[in-house]
Every structure is written in structure tokens, then in C-alpha cells.
Design a protein around this ligand. Sequence first.
Ligand code: AMP
Length: 284
Amino acid sequence: MKVIHSIQEMKAWRREQRAQGKTIGLVPTMGYLHEGHLTLMRQAKKQCDLVVASIFVNPIQFGVGEDYEDYPRDLSRDVALAEGANVDVIFAPAVADMYLQGFQTTIEVAEVSQPLCGQSRPGHFRGVATVVTKLLNIVAPDQAFFGQKDAQQAAVLQRMVADLNMDVSINVVPIVREADGLALSSRNVYLSPEERQAALVLSGSLKQAEDMVADGVVNVQEIRARVENLIAAEPMANIDYVQLLALPNLTEEAVLAERNLLAVAVRFGKTRLIDNIILEAAHV
Ligand code: AMP
């Protein structure tokens, strides 16, 4: 496995592989890899000849007062883990190379970026869409792989790729969870043992919503309120949002659509966790 820091070297490698007819899969990450990231990499390897995993903590997707400085970083650990997942190249560019002095071009996906994390993290999806566009331009993969864990991010990027005729197919991989239901996240290392235990209310409440839908409930407010009440009953949980929106455009509806995203963002101490589930209504 190669570790490439230079953008020019990354492009040269990609041109060489392309000339040999190899297909390339890209897995963008912010590093501090866990089994969720590794699942994306293994999936990419199944679908493509070669896999590039990028590791870049992208400053422009963090807001003022967020955890950019504190975000966990450990490149040597990441390199060992990615090697075990058969990654061919780790691409870890420097911030100063990605954002040259005078940088001023960004990508805005207008509507899908608005609800959910768009409300609590203004500018976040502009940062995500911009960095992913840059990574796609540098690596020029045939396919790119993202996690359902960041469901709104996946929706924003699918919209962007379609709107801008980008020549890449977007794959969305299901959420990888701990045995007890907690969705894997690099930010889980911030949690105290008590907070980690309390955080199980997220996956637990999403599961209850799934059971309600299986029982035939289609009223969006009823399902959303149930989840909100379950989370609010956990004393350590501080709700940012609990939202149930119709896919693919994340619109508000009174009754469940064919596919719906139930998404939650909740703080436990200083740690903000997100989780979600896709609800498919049987009646539609
Ligand atoms: P991050 O490093 O947090 O930016 O995540 C990089 C990619 O891994 C994103 O596409 C995430 O959605 C995905 N990812 C993170 N956690 C998980 C998880 N628990 N299951 C599946 N994919 C995940």
C-alpha cells in the first residue's frame, strides 16, 4: 500500500492506473478509522480493481466552536488498518495544499443541505460538497463510497453528482454498529462510560420507530414524537433534532412516503452524535 501526500503524485498515480484500464474506488474519510470506514473500503475493493482511501480532516466543514482542533488523528494507526482492508493508496493531503492561499470557490447544494444538520451546522454541507468535489477531481474514481451513517451527506452528494453531471457513481453503505446498537463513529472516543451507555437510547428509539411502522403507523408526527419522547427521557441526552423526512429530497410530509429518513442528532456531554434509519412504508 502506498501513502501519498502530494496532490500531483496522486493524479500521476491515477493517470498511470487509468492507462492500464484499472477501475478505481474512492473512500473519503476524516481518518481515525473504525470498522464502519473499513466496511466501506472492503466494499470498494469488491466493486473496483483499486481502492484509494482519503484521510483529510477538512477544516471548511467545521463551524466556529466545533471540534476541528480536537478531532482525533492517528495516521500510522490508520495506515495499518487500511492495509488490512486491502486499500491500495492512502491519500492524505496537507490542508495548505488543499486550500491554497486565495481559495474562494465552493459548491452549494441548495435545498437538501437545508434541514437537519444544515440547521445546526451552517456551512457544513458547503464544506463537505466542496472537499468531495476536490477529491473527485484529484482521484477521478469510477465509484465513490459513503456511509448511510451520514445520511444527509449521502443525499447531498447524490444530488450534487447528478446536478453537475459528475462522472462517478455514488454507493451508500449501511450503518455499521457495535453489538449493543451504538453506531460506530470516530467521535465515540469522546464519550465517558456513562455517556456511552446513555447513547444507546438513539439506536433503541430508532428501532421502536421501525416497530411502529411495521405495526402500520404512518403518521409522521406520531412516530417522530415517540422517538423524541424516548430520547428526552434519558437524562444525559440533550436533543439537537429528531426529524422524519421523505427521501430523496428530505421534504416534510404528514404521512410516510415510500422511503423516509428518521434522523437524530443528540449531545451527550460535549459529544454530538448522529444516527438514523430508513423507514419504508408498506402502504405506499
Ligand atoms: P468520517 O471519517 O466520519 O467523515 O466518515 C467517512 C465515511 O465513513 C463517511 O461516508 C461516513 O458516512 C462513513 N461512516 C462513518 N461511520 C460509519 C458507520 N458506523 N457505518 C457506516 N459508514 C460509516
